[in-house]
Design a protein around this ligand. Structure first.
Ligand SMILES: Cc1cc2nc3c(=O)[nH]c(=O)nc-3n(C[C@H](O)[C@H](O)[C@H](O)COP(=O)(O)OP(=O)(O)OC[C@H]3O[C@@H](n4cnc5c(N)ncnc54)[C@H](O)[C@@H]3O)c2cc1C
Length: 397
């Protein structure tokens, strides 16, 4: 059993993407000279969203902050090998830039995509609007007659190996001195508006300077241990991989149909998913595959725009969960006014892998300097929950 010190400056509650990104950026920051403990019960990470994601990154958000958060993710991935090296070695992240293609089947939707592209261009994202003739020329496997147009992102958008991404951060954080313990946080002692002690399932406990809630879908349970309410619930998302008899000898961007069904190429197959018709909170342990979604939602949507997807077969599938922020499906970062040293990194609603580096860096700044030094993430803070003021983001996948 890992021996624990009586006190840690920072305790991360959950050791997947957010726990590891926080531990990484704290221990990389030359101005932070504290100790970091990461508590994680499942060292296989089998049930974590981090392991069940579709591993893609985009600049095409409609909120400038989200664009900048993912933009830092893109830069971090570009230098990944140098960023996470341990003894000259680093996992291979295998980034493939393909762009994201948002399809429009009505003039109204095309105009909305075009309006959003102005925000994206102003924030430095690479995007271009396409009309059906452009789509037919660039992506001849698509039935462009079904479309009024599309918005295409640049090669900074694409897919990568999510497991390597997370493991690289984790390995480097451990190398830098962060302590990972196989245990579960079961309670928090709060005194004078601060978390003072963290209790573990094994019966042990440690005192802390800050606690960071990096527990993914269970964020609401962990916040409740300190008496704070978080509007986050688990929502089921099934991923399918299918193969298609007809080879497509062209680039296939990560494509989002007007009903929100998305697909992208993964080696010789295609990975896809969509938003279930009845999108409600599910049990924390519910990782069941919703097989009917493929027949009823996904197949009709992809075959409508890509005729050769008429003949496809499912190769594999798996269940996962979004840590869904019911106020505005955006991340919540920072503390509440009630418990000043319990920092949230929760509610990513499906885009947490790509935002992990910017969030880890932001938390390291909050803890080390008492405020943000790079991207000002305060609009994404907990106070908007207290004021019931959503941040608007239209491009939710
Ligand atoms: C189907 C699907 C597709 C996705 N696709 C993408 C994508 O393409 N791009 C993208 O950017 N994002 C994507 N995401 C989202 C992304 O996976 C998540 O936002 C991100 O992985 C969240 O990381 P996390 O560390 O917050 O949560 P998790 O990975 O869920 O990890 C939380 C950890 O906390 C631990 N924990 C829970 N309770 C406790 C406790 N009491 N004590 C200690 N530890 C605890 C758990 O064991 C778990 O390991 C996708 C998600 C899903 C489900």
């Amino acid at each position: 059993m890992t021996e624990l010190a009586p006190h840690y400056d920072v305790v991360c509650i959950g050791g997947a993407m957010m726990g590891s990104a926080t531990a990484y950026f704290l221990t990389e920051n030359p101005d932070f000279d504290g100790t970091v403990l990461v508590v994680e019960p499942d060292w296989t990470y089998d049930r974590a969203a981090t392991t069940r994601a579709q591993n893609s990154i985009r600049e095409q958000f409609t909120n400038e902050l989200n664009i900048r958060l993912s933009g830092f993710g893109v830069d971090f991935i570009a230098d990944f090998h140098e960023n996470v090296q341990v003894d000259g070695d680093a996992p291979e992240i295998n980034f493939r830039g393909t762009g994201y293609l948002f399809l429009a089947d009505t003039e109204e939707l095309y105009e909305r995509l075009e309006r959003e592209s102005e925000v994206q261009l102003a924030a430095g994202a690479e995007v271009e609007m396409l009309r059906p003739a452009d789509i037919a020329e660039r992506f001849p496997y698509m039935d462009a007659d079904q479309l009024s147009g599309a918005r295409l992102g640049g090669m900074r958008e694409g897919s990568f190996d999510g497991w390597a991404f997370f493991q690289g951060l984790r390995q480097r954080a451990r190398h830098n001195g962060a302590v990972y313990v196989k245990d579960r946080v079961v309670d928090l002692d709060v005194a004078g508006g601060r978390v003072v002690r963290v209790h573990l399932e094994s019966g042990r406990s440690v005192a802390c300077g800050h606690a960071v809630n990096t527990s993914g879908c269970r964020a609401r349970q962990v916040a409740a241990m300190a008496g704070v309410e978080l509007p986050i619930e688990p929502r089921a998302r099934t991923s399918f991989v299918f193969d298609c008899r007809t080879p497509i000898p062209h680039t296939v961007p990560l494509t989002i149909t007007p009903v929100g069904v998305h697909f992208r190429r993964e080696q010789n197959h295609y990975m896809c998913g969509g938003v279930p018709e009845h999108d409600v909170a599910v049990d924390y342990d519910d990782l069941e595959v919703r097989y009917d979604e493929f027949e009823e939602l996904i197949w009709p949507a992809v075959a409508r725009y890509v005729p050769c997807f008429d003949e496809i077969g499912v190769v594999t599938s798996w269940g996962g969960q979004y840590d869904y922020n019911t106020l505005d499906h955006n991340l919540i970062i920072g503390a509440s006014s009630a418990v000043e040293n319990l920092i949230f990194a929760n509610g990513f609603s499906g885009h947490g892998l790509q935002q992990g580096p910017a969030v880890g860096r932001g938390i390291s700044e909050l803890i080390t300097y008492g405020g943000y030094r790079t991207i000002d993430l305060s609009p994404l803070g907990y106070s908007r929950i207290e004021r019931n003021e959503p941040i608007v983001e239209h491009a939710v996948i």
